[in-house]
Each structure stands twice: as C-alpha cells, then as structure tokens.
Design a protein around this ligand. Sequence first.
Ligand code: 9WN
Length: 442
Amino acid sequence: MGSVALASGAAWVLAGNDTGTMVTASPRLYPHMWSWDAAFIMVGLAQLDVDRAAREMETLLSGQWADGMIPHIVFSEENGYFPGPDRWQTAVVCEHAPARPHTSGICQPPVHAIALRKIVDAGRRRSGADRRRAESLLHYSWPRLFAWQRWLATYRDPLGTGLIAVTHGWESGMDNSPRWDSAYAAVQPGADLPPYVRKDLDKVGDEGERPTDAEYDRYLWLIEEMRRVGYRPDEVVRTGSFLVGDVFMTALFALSCEVLAELGEEGGQPEEQIAQLRRWAARSRAAVLDTRDPVTGLARDYDVRAGQWVSTPSIAGFAPLLCGGLDPQQQAEMLAVLEGPDWMGHPDLVVATPPTVSPSSPHFMPKQYWRGPQWPVISWLFSWAMRRGGMYDTAADIRAETLRLVSDGTFAEYYHPLTGAPLGSLSQSWTAAVVLDWLYEG
Ligand code: 9WN
C-alpha cells in the first residue's frame, strides 16, 4: 500500500473509532479510552485536526482523579470490556475518583506531555484558530499534567531513588511481558476473589495470543486488593502484593518531565514547578542508569516486594535510550546491542524494528502478548525519543522499517516478528495514529 492510501486508511481507522469525545483504543477488543493509547492517538489527531486532538486531551483529563492520577481507562458508555466500571467501583470506594466519567483505579505510563508537545507544535504551524486552540490547551493542560507527574513522584517512588514503581502489570502498558512473571508468581489470588467472565478471548483471532485464565486471576486479585483499600495510593503501595520499580515507566517519566518543563517555559508556567520537573527528571534518569546489569549493560526492573532485580531481558532494557543520560560511548554501545543480531538485526525478523523480547531469548514467543511481537507504537516511541536525543540514523531506520511492516493496511495492535502477520486487534487506533504522524512529519 502506498503512502497516500496508508494515510487515508489510518485516518479512516481513527474516524471509525471516534465516538465524538473519545477515539477508543480499538473497535471491538478495547471500546474505551486507555491513558497511554489516548496520548498516542492525540499525536495522530494533531496531524489531522488540532481541535479534535485538543478535545481528546480534555476527555482524558475529565477522568483525572482529584489527587492527580490519570487513570488507565476512561470508560465510554459501551459495554464489552472486562473489567468494566462495575468491577472497579472506583467512585464508590474512593473519594478522589470522579463520579463521571467512570474510570479504572490504576495508571499507565506518563507519555501525555509528548502528546501535548505534538498538539502545540501542530497548532503553531497552522492558522490563527488552530494556534489559539493549541495555546489555550497548553494553558489548561499544563497544571494538570504537572499534577500527574507530581502524583507519580509522590506515591510511586517507594525506594526514594526516583525509580517509579507499578502496582499491577497493566500499569506498565506491557501487560503480559516476561518482565512481570516472577512478581506475578508471588501473587496468590484469595479464595474470596469474586467470580468473573472474561470478554477478551472471543475478540482476537487466536486465544493463544492472550494471557491465560491463571494470569487473569492474578490481574483481578490485584484489583480486588486495591478496591478493598479504597484505591488509596499510599495503602496500595504499602499493602499490595505486586510492587515493581519499572525502568521503562521511569524513563518515560523522566522524558515527560523534561518535555513538560520545556512546554512550561514556553507557556510562562511557574518557575518553581518547572525547576521541580527538572529535578524529578534528573533523579529518575539517574535511577534508570543505576539499574543497568553489570554483565549485559541492559536496564532492569526491581521487584520491591521480593527485594531483587528482574533480569529477564526485554525491550525495556533499552530504557536509557528513551530518557538519555548515557555518555556517548555508552550510548553507542547500547545502540549497537539494539541494532545487533539479538534484537533489531536478528536475521529471522521480517523487519528490523525492536521486538518486545529478543528472538534469541528462551522467553521469546512470537505470537504471545508482549513476549516477542513488534508493536508499531513502541517503535514510534523509540524513534521519537531517539530523534530528540540525536540518534537520527536509528530513528529513521525504525520509522522506515515500521512503515514497511504496517503497509498491509490492517493497523494491527502488534505483528508477528518472523512472518509480519498482523496480530491482536485490527484497526488499533494507536497504530493508525503513529503511522499518520510518521507519514506527515517524515
Ligand atoms: C489492559 C489498550 C491496552 C494497552 C495496553 C495493552 C492492553 C489491556 C488488556 O490494551 O492492555 O489494560 O486488556 O490487555 O497491553 O498497553 O494500553 O490498547
């Protein structure tokens, strides 16, 4: 499919998933707004329609909790996803949660400052009305995104080092990654886990791509634990069965603090808050670098509950390339590993983009959720951050190769790395959105 057809197809996917106030993550499997999906969707919308992109940010922020957390799902009026509002019961048990819209009670990676950057830049490139809309969105969103970063710095730094922790694998966005296997193994679902019926299995082509029932029991048990402490962020961190310092989330936190600080300078926001963002960024960047494995050089997660490093190699090991901080020699070495035969340069890959797990790893499963396939949105994120960090050649290569992967026009959630087959949900909004951004901005 050529670029023009691909761009029209991507725009058509976003329009098809648009309920008017939110572009759902996908038509069937995910009929609601997911926090980090929404940010990437805004990146694509910004290229098409600044006002529509701005409304997406406003919808997301309408679900922000009073303490600053941006929840991982803002529910639409659709049914069709489990766990839905009845299971979460956030507004029933937590005074910080909004009564409407309904939201989940956990978070996802903080990539929203990147979306705001994109919308502001698109607005400034265009006419008076778009420019004014973008500037007023900046003014409206900045304090709210600051509050979100502050929430993470306040409640999710249990070691006090700047390593941001997740309390559920879903918070990482890489739900079923082998990164979480050992931490999940220690989660013992209680006998009083309320019964439930999954809705995801009949919406993908092959059930084997999705997590197992035993995994779902653990996902649901963690939510039950949180519900029982009223989603109070300090209590969740103190008592929950799952607490892992997430190096990928930490890198995105540092990156977003920097991006938000720059936007704050341009928008005349309070100097003290801008300085605070820079302090958080520096601390978390250092925390990311401190996680590096002395043997492989890759960044690692830290299981706070078990008191041990998680050394399972995954794409998250390259987190320093997102947030920066490596010296030139170290950066070149890490890039060489990423581009080398265990990762992007593996000879069996159909396209040279980062797989979620190395094909050389015993954990590699080419069709399984976050255990091997390539996610176009993760490629976009690396490419965007690399360009920002001056790694232009790798950024351009990842863009070109991903565009080759998605040229089938299915806009799949993820792709089989050894065959290029589309997997998971088709017409996935964030895939369409990042493709649009790449086609427009080059
Ligand atoms: C749980 C929506 C989301 C993404 C995540 C992805 C998947 C949900 C699920 O879908 O997670 O939040 O039901 O598996 O792992 O990254 O935001 O696209």
